[in-house]
Design a binder for this molecule. Structure first.
Ligand code: ZN
Ligand code: ZN
Ligand code: ZN
Length: 372
């Protein structure tokens, strides 16, 4: 188990978030249950219901967590709670009237992407002079730069995903359905310490040409190329890795060629990682390798996404994202080539930015592995 986060850790995160909000010209943040609330306070209500829970984090002043009275004891137990003020409301009250005095009636606030529309509408009705913007549009990098204590968790999640890959290489593929391999992956992710499985993509043969094909009833055959993309949460932090394997040693020439191109693209993008390089540059480097090899039109998604307490979050490695890389950022590098009706190849590692380059958090062999 990693060293638990402390109240001071959460207090520091709230201070940094308030500073970032001020820098973005906001009067503060309104955070509803989800990853941002976990990040800032350590609090996750047992069930997210229509009853309003919201953290009001002003740019100047003390943070207040507004909770339904019946959930107050749970909220008081959150590690970040001592760094906050708590306010509660009961079912006979209007929760937006409880929030109202905590907000500047003319202020502009960043609000959680996942806030329920009914809560935002309730806030707008209670504070007609205020305005709201989503956190992803106003502060996309709020959770993007990880602390050492977070990197340690991400590295452990990566190692657990790597152990899952090594284990899956030993199970039989031929004659079994994709969903059987997916169940094997899920079981091994849990065995290796994950508390939650987020996805188990098993794309065999032509199904591999769909990057988000989950896993279905198709029976895997000798000669199939199989894309395996899996991950979840371990100690609250995400894993996400992809390897492409081949069933049997009789590999078609084009499968070898495509795999080799994706491998080179992944390596080139990894070598391009260093502080100050724009996110879009990582995408461009991977794309250039694939385009030069003649497969550009078959690389149909961005090169990567950030990862942290969720498995998909900013920063995105995509054309148009000019955000420079900063030490501590963590994201996937996952180029792929998808040949419709035939097969797909993707290779994905989580990478973190160091002071001088990049460090992979997935370290299993990237070569085309042969399974039986
Ligand atoms: Zn994806
Ligand atoms: Zn993935
Ligand atoms: Zn990914």
């Amino acid at each position: 188990m990693p060293t638990p986060f402390t109240t001071q850790d959460f207090a520091d995160r709230m201070t940094r978030a308030a500073q970032a909000a001020a820098g973005a010209g906001l009067a503060g943040l309104v955070i509803t249950p989800g990853p941002d609330l976990v990040h800032l306070t350590g609090y996750q209500p047992t069930a997210v219901t229509e009853r309003l829970t919201a953290l009001v984090l002003p740019t100047d002043g003390v943070a207040t967590l507004v909770v339904p009275k019946l959930e107050r004891p749970d909220a008081e137990h959150a590690t970040g709670a001592p760094a906050l003020q708590l306010a509660d409301w009961t079912d006979d009250m209007d929760p937006y009237q409880v929030l109202r005095p905590l907000l500047d009636p003319a202020g502009r606030y960043g609000i959680s992407d996942s806030a329920w529309a009914m809560h935002l509408l309730g806030l707008q009705a209670a504070l007609p002079g205020s305005s709201f913007t989503s956190l992803t549009s106003s502060l996309p990098m709020l959770r993007a730069v990880k602390g050492d204590d977070e990197l340690e968790r991400l590295a452990a999640a990566g190692a657990a995903a790597d152990a899952t890959y090594q284990a899956i290489l030993t199970v039989p593929f031929a004659g079994r359905r994709e969903c059987d391999i997916a169940a094997d992956l899920a079981a091994r992710l849990l065995e290796s310490g994950h508390s939650q499985v987020d996805f188990t993509v098993v794309g065999s043969g032509p199904n591999g040409a769909n990057p988000h094909h989950e896993a279905g009833d198709r029976v895997i055959r000798p000669g199939d190329t199989v894309v395996l993309d899996f991950g979840g949460l371990k100690d609250g932090y995400g894993s996400d890795t992809t390897r492409t394997v081949h069933v049997g040693a009789d590999v078609a020439e084009q499968v070898r060629e495509v795999h080799e191109v994706v491998l080179r693209a992944q390596q080139a993008a990894f070598e391009a990682v260093r502080p100050g390089v724009a996110c879009q540059e990582i995408d461009r480097v991977a794309r250039a390798v694939i385009t030069e090899a003649g497969y550009g039109e078959y690389f149909i998604h961005r090169t990567g996404h950030g990862i942290g307490i969720t498995t998909h979050e900013p920063p995105y490695m995509v054309e148009g994202e000019e955000q420079p890389l900063v030490p501590g950022m963590c994201f996937s590098i996952e180029p792929g080539i998808y040949l419709p009706g035939r097969f797909g190849v993707r290779i994905e590692d989580i990478v973190t930015v160091t002071g001088s380059g990049g460090r992979r958090l997935n370290n299993t062999p990237r070569e085309l592995a042969i399974v039986q």
